[in-house]
Design a protein around this ligand. Structure first.
Ligand SMILES: Cc1ncc(C[n+]2csc(CCOP(=O)(O)OP(=O)(O)O)c2C)c(N)n1
Length: 541
């Protein structure tokens, strides 16, 4: 078997089921070998899109995904998405062909650029080590949650790899169990709290049941970081997202907490609003599988190394049960009536020409089936879908924002749609992010997805206009009106221009079927001022 074939087959045997990429001469064979081994391959129209599709697929399927790219320029095109995946600790394998002759036009320092964005670089060292190298890449991705760039030197690819034993798959090693002293300290902290709040992050997405039980025992309220939105959906004690997207009531209750425990959550500036959500008397604790994560973003009085689910379960066994904590019947009613953003009164900015983005998003929340997966791009608009659309669980929201790049939202929605095929995929984009990634509208059509793409179109880089302009001329960040609905039709999608609440009826008609094509909504949105959450978030940007 040739090296390229052996690598593709090995990864497929290890369980890589989904790959995305752009095929060129150098990654042709390895991609075909992956497919021959049983993986599905999706051809994106740009490597940047392919990288984020793979990232989102991995996040929403809890599996290792693959990205396959041509040597040199294929990899550089993918770098923004790779950086996002690496910062998010997404288990992803980037199969990157590599030109090793310095005079090749494609030659660059691939290990160097991978390392520069926080990915782990591995090279197939020889034909003899091809299979063990591929196995190592897989284990680094799955077990250490690394984004691994596996470089495949061109001159090795056609050599013969010696047959090797079938790859050892094994289980992901057990996450560390918390130390007994730490569990006792955490239990004491929670038992002593009058108003405890548990905040779950990405690292606790698997720990819903354990955290709900622990919160019930000690009377805690529950919130998530943005990437874990949906985790506590359905609990009457859920405050939804903690941070800039928190509703006024959620923010008030978190600020009043006397104990905050982050499970698998960095408690970073976004989740804690630069610390403003931490009251002066609040005691903080943090649980994470990695010691280095404890206290990294803000000091914590108690740091526990441990897996979120097993730590929550062990702590449950150690706390007194039936504590009242933060909970009361009056508070339950207040949360039910006020915690959702859509229940917060606002003055509508709409006119005959433009729709208020809140009115639009609330109307969509009413229309769309509950079983949905929402992907959000970056920009001034981004809070509207994040705050006004509810999602059924932690697989209902895919937030590729660790690198704060615009242009990742559409590819995120594609990857999430394939990982959650029974849900309605919703891509929420700004006009800037949508046009940056428009090539992937072709991928949406080709895959036959039934996706709702909502473009919050203010004909501007609204984030810059509202948050950074400070008296600057605006011609570098504003654009003439663009008919993005026509762009969508050009790619073979259904499309609709929305200016008023009545126009949203077109979405209902599409939902009623046959939905054989995706629908792009070009929503001409009112943006008389910047979004309040970014005003706050960008202080000290
Ligand atoms: C790749 C990249 N380029 C530039 C930026 C800076 N930036 C942040 S938000 C933004 C504007 C986005 O515009 P749009 O998608 O229309 O959303 P809006 O802010 O108007 O709601 C820009 C250019 C970025 N974050 N990422």
């Amino acid at each position: 078997m040739q090296v390229s074939e052996a690598v593709g087959r090995t990864l497929a045997d290890l369980g890589v089921r989904q790959a995305f990429g752009v095929v060129g001469s150098g990654n042709f064979y390895v991609t075909n070998a992956l497919v021959a081994g049983g993986a599905r391959y999706v051809a994106a129209r740009h490597e940047g899109g392919a990288a984020t599709m793979a990232d989102a697929y991995a996040r929403m399927s809890d599996s290792v995904a693959a990205l396959t790219v041509h040597q040199g320029c294929g990899l550089t095109n993918a770098m923004t998405g790779i950086a996002e995946a690496a910062k998010s600790r997404t288990p992803l394998i980037v199969l990157a062909a590599e030109a090793n002759t310095p005079t090749s036009n494609f030659a660059i320092d691939q290990a160097g650029i991978a390392a520069a964005v926080g990915a782990t670089a591995i090279r197939i060292g020889s034909a003899e080590t091809a299979i063990p190298d591929a196995v190592r890449a897989f284990h680094l991705a799955r077990d250490e949650r690394r984004t691994v760039v596996l470089n495949l030197p061109l001159e090795l690819q056609r050599q013969t790899a010696p047959p090797d034993a079938p790859p050892y798959i094994g289980q992901t090693p057990e996450a560390p169990a918390p130390a007994a002293d730490d569990v006792a300290a955490l239990a004491n902290l929670l038992c002593s709290a009058q108003r405890p709040v548990i905040i779950a992050g990405r690292g606790a997405r698997h720990a819903r049941a354990e955290l709900l039980a622990l919160a019930d025992a000690c009377g805690a309220l529950l919130a998530t970081s943005a990437v874990a939105k949906g985790l506590f959906h359905g609990s009457p004690w859920s405050l939804d997202i903690s941070g800039g997207f928190a509703s006024p009531l959620a923010a008030e209750l978190i600020m009043d907490a006397d104990v905050i425990v982050g499970f698998g959550c960095a408690l970073n500036m976004w989740t804690m609003r630069h610390g403003r959500l931490v009251g002066p008397e609040a005691r903080l604790a943090q649980v994470d599988v990695e010691a280095a994560a404890l206290g990294l973003h803000r000091p914590v009085g108690l740091g526990v190394v441990g897996d979120s689910a097993s730590t929550a379960a062990a702590t449950l066994a150690a706390v007194d049960h039936g504590l009242r904590g933060y909970r009361s019947e009056a508070l339950r009613k207040r949360i039910a009536a006020q915690v959702r953003w859509r229940d917060v009164p606002y003055e509508d900015w709409g006119s005959a020409d433009v729709i208020d983005p809140r009115t639009l998003t609330i109307a969509l929340d009413d229309l769309l089936p509950a079983e949905r997966v929402v992907a959000v791009d970056s920009g001034n608009f981004m809070g509207y879908p994040s705050m006004f659309l509810s999602v059924p669980d932690e697989y209902g929201f895919c937030f590729t924002q660790a690198f704060q790049s615009i242009g990742l939202g559409l590819a995120t929605a594609i990857g999430a749609a394939l990982a959650q095929p029974d849900r309605l995929p919703v891509a929420a984009l700004g006009d800037g992010g949508a046009l940056m990634a428009a090539a992937e509208l072709d991928t949406v059509r080709r895959l036959g997805l039934s996706m709702l793409i909502v473009v919050y179109n203010d004909d501007a880089y609204g984030a810059e206009v509202h948050h950074f302009a400070e008296g600057q001329p605006l011609h570098t960040v504003t654009f003439p009106d663009t008919d993005i609905a026509a762009v969508g039709r050009g790619y073979g999608l259904d499309a609709l221009t929305v200016r008023t609440p009545d126009d949203v009826a077109g979405v209902r008609r599409w939902l009623n079927g046959p939905r054989d094509r995706s629908l792009l909504v070009d929503a001409k949105v009112a943006a008389p001022r910047g979004s309040w959450w970014l005003e706050e978030a960008f202080r000290g940007h």
